[in-house]
Design a protein around this ligand. Sequence first.
Ligand code: NDP
Length: 476
Amino acid sequence: EQAHIGVTGLAVMGSNLARNFARHGHTVAVHNRTPARTRALVEEFGGEGHFMPAETAERFVASLERPRRLVMMVKAGAPTDAVIEEFAPLLEPGDMIVDGGNAHFEDTRRREAALRERGLHFVGTGISGGEEGALHGPSIMPGGSKESYEALGPLLEDISATVDGTPCCTHIGPDGAGHFVKMVHNGIEYADMQLIAESYDLLRRALGMAPGEIAEVFRTWNRGRLESYLIEITAEVLAHTDAATGKPFVDVVLDQAEQKGTGRWTVQTALDLGVPVSGIAEAVFARSLSGHAELRDAAQGLPGPSAKGLTGAAAERFADEVEQALYASKIVAYAQGVHQIQAGSQEYGWDIDPGAVARIWRGGCIIRARFLNRITEAYARERTPVTLLTADYFTEALGAAQDAWRRVVTTSAELGVPAPGFSAALAYYDALRSERLPAALVQGQRDFFGAHTYRRTDRDGSFHTLWGADRGERPA
Ligand code: NDP
């Protein structure tokens, strides 16, 4: 008997994926560099399905039916290259290596090209949903060749999450497309988390609400259009009491947010592509600012505003306004992420369908949310919008939210409560809306000091003004 699929790298993610395949009736070959993990998996969970443990790479490869489907779930970076180098010589043309780790898409492009030369399919695959997702149904974003998806797709769709009967897995596009989309997913996740955190902070500091009360507000929001996994877990975290002190859990946690780097990759890549993902960037910066204890200590004595909180009617309506600001800012964050996916798709020739991406993000992954249906709908129309903001549903939502959104940003400034995510999102919205931008003045400055030239609104061509002489204009 031979295995349908093999998983190598049996730490938490690999074990859970292997179990997920087995629970769906697939025979799964399992392998790990340190064989003790392989034995432990089979001892503990062998009853869940049919596993074929292998202690050596050779035995593992030999146990796979052909064309072989080999999933690797190992540490990203050098270990991934090491594992590829170990297995590639044992494989035959047409075999597939699936990298489900969090690889950088540029590495995936390089690996795919190298393995293609050797006749092998390399399928860089984004997998979101953490440990629980891997076991019960993640959102799966496979790149690589169409041909490889024909052989792999049915197995991956079997183990992915499903929403309304549709699997949260689709072929994203060639080579690094899957890992690119996973990266942007994580960037959006950073932005979404930051916006939710700002909402909490504003409710707490403007209204003096306790964490437990704010948890209730989030629970209410989670029954409406903001319904999502992140809102749901936020309420859980805010409602949690620290057992040791009896204080709200959120008050005993050190307020320095960490990161593993995918948010940073998203912003770095966006800078290279020239895509303004300001909401995602503010979220990454907010985490890094929080970690600068020395700066924050030094700034403790800086003067703040005289206003301390909201009262009266302004206080009454504030929670509702924050909900609107959160929704509007979230739309902007997703619009920026979709723009980045489209720009990457164009740059690398991936032909990614943003509507399909939104569809597979509806379940399994960290940013799963009711609202993603609206993005799928927006891109399912014959004429796809240039930006998500101009899709009918979103234009209406932004229009309805904008007054409240502006008041929330104003209030944050007046009370001295930082809301970089809300402010950046609103500035992006207003910048796109503006008929004229002060970029014209920036062009003038550039031409003045560096003769960088400018284009005119009324004539084609590039021009330079002789700023140091008679200020006459010359074609450049
Ligand atoms: P780790 O990232 O901690 O990786 C541990 C695994 O990698 C072990 O099986 C280990 O083998 C193997 N490994 C490390 N170095 C080598 C090497 N040089 N040669 C062979 N094998 C090696 O495990 P996780 O399960 O947390 O994550 C796996 C991958 O999935 C990572 O790329 C991660 O970024 C990604 N991921 C993780 C998510 C999560 O929520 N944790 C979510 C989505 C993706 P050994 O036992 O012998 O040390």
